[in-house]
Ligand binder design. Structure first.
Ligand code: FES
Length: 286
């Protein structure tokens, strides 16, 4: 008998001896990611109408920022806002001069590529969407649709290594979103600021917290602060930092999903308040 005949035969696509519902997890991931991508794309485009209406009418129109009752809630999809119609916009309600006149503009377009790129190249998400979107493999011990897999050491998947650079940018976003949550704790009444907590404050603060739990469990951060050239650091502070990140990293999938859901929910909440669909309740204010 030839040696090749003694080797296990490659299974056809979807063939398996697994008795469990192995298709359920990739299906849920596919539906969850698809829903988020569709919603976030829709939400990002809402800023196009806002800025054009504001420029045309001179009235401030903003569907991603809520300022009723002196509140100051900005949707995380629009933070940091550079040009835009909310008071958070650094350069005000104008279109950047270099932006092509034919192209739609939304403040979200300038920044959403950063969290999107961070998640797209995340080690957890890669494993999840390779299964659910590319079916390669569709799940463990289940036949694959393709015969070759070059891995992430070759083009194009080698580009996923850009993740560590996205981490640096994502870290800045944690600071920005925490600052937004801080601003959401101040309510302006008759020109003076009062400390308070509204439902929106809690929503924004939880958003920053969940995103921090996800970001600080990043594999790249663990490598960055806890080791050097594939060996764990002997310095006590670095070793401790490594263990802290590892602690979050063991629940990286959980934080990835919680933060993904909550960032979408935060945009929904701010949008519903801003468009007058629901009221925001101030729990207390000094
Ligand atoms: Fe998931 Fe870096 S590995 S955020």
């Amino acid at each position: 008998m030839a040696y090749a005949d003694t080797l296990p035969k490659q299974r056809g696509f979807g063939e398996t001896v697994r008795p469990d519902a192995w298709w359920l997890q990739p299906l849920v991931v596919f539906l969850g990611f698809s829903a988020f991508i569709i919603y976030s794309t829709w939400a990002a485009f809402q800023g196009v109408g806002d800025i054009h209406e504001t420029i045309k009418t001179g009235q401030n129109i903003c569907s991603y920022w809520y300022g009723g009752n002196g509140a100051n809630y900005l949707s995380p999809f629009y933070s940091q806002e550079i040009w835009g119609t909310s008071p958070h916009a650094i350069l005000g309600a104008a279109l950047p001069s270099w932006w092509p006149a034919w192209a739609p503009f939304s403040p979200a377009f300038l920044i959403l590529w950063i969290p999107a790129g961070f998640r797209f190249t995340c080690y957890y998400y890669r494993g999840a969407y390779y299964k659910s979107f590319w079916a390669d493999p569709i799940n463990c011990a289940v036949g694959e649709p393709r015969k070759t897999f070059l891995g992430e050491r070759y083009f194009p998947l080698i580009l996923q290594n850009v993740h560590r650079y996205f981490f640096y940018l994502a870290f800045l976003f944690i600071l920005l979103l925490s600052h937004d949550a801080w601003k959401a704790m101040w309510f302006t009444v008759d020109g003076t600021s009062h400390f308070g907590i509204g439902v929106g404050t809690i929503v924004l603060a939880l958003n920053a917290f969940f995103l921090a739990m996800y970001t600080f469990g990043c594999h790249s951060l663990r490598h960055l602060i806890g080791g050097f050239l594939d060996s764990k650091s002997k310095a006590p502070t670095c070793a401790k930092a490594y263990n802290c990140v590892s602690c979050l990293n063991t629940r990286h999938m959980m934080w990835a999903w919680i933060s993904l859901f909550w960032v979408g929910f935060t945009d929904v909440y701010v949008r519903l308040c801003a468009t007058g669909k629901i009221p925001d309740f101030i729990l207390f204010k000094f």
